[in-house]
Write a protein that binds this ligand. Sequence first.
Ligand code: PLP
Length: 355
Amino acid sequence: MSSPRVPLRRALADLPPYVPGARVPVGAAAFKLSSNENPYPPLPSVVSAIADGAVDVNRYPDMYATELTEAIARSLGVDPSTVVAGCGSVAVLGHVLSAVCEPGDEVVLPWRSFEAYPIAISLAGGVGVPVPLADGGRLDLPAMAAAVTDRTKVVLVCTPNNPTGPAVRAAELAAFLDSVPEDVLVVLDEAYVEFVRDPEAADALAAFAGSRRVVVLRTFSKAYGLAGLRVGFAVAPPRLAAGIRAASTPFGVSHLAQLAALASLRSERELMVRVEAIVAERTRLLAGLRAQGWVVPESQANFVWLDLADRTSACASEAARAGVLVRPFAGDGMRVSVGEPEATDLFLQIAARWR
Ligand SMILES: *Cc1c(COP(=O)(O)O)cnc(C)c1O
């Protein structure tokens, strides 16, 4: 006779899996272009900040990452009460959603977009309402606004959009905010903002300053190269910020992560030189692909999207055999992070064979 079993939450059965980017096997010579990481190792000043902090790890960290949130607030020109740090901006998004969603509330999201969104929405008890992208891998903000009903609690706006790359324009965002009711939370996920060079791109912090329902998400994982330490943050109106803090995992940002993020802010200028190099490499990768005849979205992030449809998985496997790990979305397309110049050269050779 089988004994009764503890049932799992029904929402878990329907969760799409989060597929991490492929990792480089130990000892293999390969370029890891599968997770939008920064290809540069941490700056020596950041490594020493982490090493210096190691002696204190028997203590809990500062729960509210006070020094870090103050430094972030200063660098963005916002009040510290509006900054909430967390264990990566993915965790912060989960806290934002659990701070506002009642069971069954709808969350409008673009699709295809960041694969963590459907998971975070379901875990918060929400119901995702995906809205297909427009041409060129762009968010269709008019369609997203039209998908808002009186059941909608949140709209997620990913700009630049992972995995396609384009950024929302200022005029599009302004029209969108005008057409969505004031009691709907609008989350602007700017994980890649440091790589944006489109002069018409929306200014999320300006939208935040002019509204009581805009939350901006940022991260130290991409441009700042701290993906392995897990630190991101929200900028939110004070009442919402307090709600997000209340919904957060206590001590979610480790002491080492706080020190590394602070050291990175102190070395911001040096880090932005690296970002500029990645942007230049993106320009070269996009131009190389277009010269081969590929139609690629106008990426403003540290990755590009190739619409390979049914050939996606086969191409990704061949790239892996050639030493380039990419992120395939089977049957749809492939996201290729911008990495070392040698990686660009190698990937362009592979892409040429699949044209
Ligand atoms: C990488 C990424 C994040 C940030 O992830 P962390 O948890 O901060 O590492 C957030 N949003 C999008 C769209 C991303 O691609």
